[in-house]
Design a binder for this molecule. Sequence first.
Ligand SMILES: Nc1ncnc2c1ncn2[C@@H]1O[C@H](COP(=O)(O)OP(=O)(O)OP(=O)(O)O)[C@@H](O)[C@H]1O
Ligand SMILES: [Mg+2]
Length: 160
Amino acid sequence: MTKLDINSAANMQKLGACLAKTAKPHDLLLLNGDLGAGKTTMTQGLGRELGVRRPVKSPTFTIVREYREAKLPLFHMDFYRLEDDDLSSIDLEGYLDEPGLVVIEWPQLVMSDLPKEYLQLTITRVDDSWDSTKRVVEFNAQGKRNEQWVKDTLAEYNKE
Ligand SMILES: Nc1ncnc2c1ncn2[C@@H]1O[C@H](COP(=O)(O)OP(=O)(O)OP(=O)(O)O)[C@@H](O)[C@H]1O
Ligand SMILES: [Mg+2]
């Protein structure tokens, strides 16, 4: 499995930007990692690269935030606070049908409702100290398209 060392929040945003640059309509990105790992930080870099001018904020309380003005429409979801009966209130399938990019934080609760092909990233802290900026990102690509997405993303990331 591919792993990448990230040493700052800025580089996590850069990784998000590289994912965005190489993303295609209907791509699905799942973000795993503990509270404060950097999932929303990565999505901020992604949104900026797609031309979103408003701040990309955590959708924890809203569950979904839509950025339809982006070059590739961005649908940012966070299922951390999802209760089982809330699930029916979100038209997940509808979002997946749109020619945009769906990014999901805390996807565990909805895995059975997702397509088989996706790119899953797991972010972990390397040091125990709470203020450490070191992270490792693990890439788990399901399907050919997502394997290619990882290759393209890493090529972008290592460019300069
Ligand atoms: N290398 C790094 N990558 C990402 N964020 C970092 C890094 N180093 C420090 N940070 C900081 O850690 C925090 C990460 O918060 P963020 O909201 O992105 O986490 P999250 O994974 O989305 O958490 P939650 O599960 O609560 O939504 C930010 O304050 C960010 O600035
Ligand atoms: Mg978050």
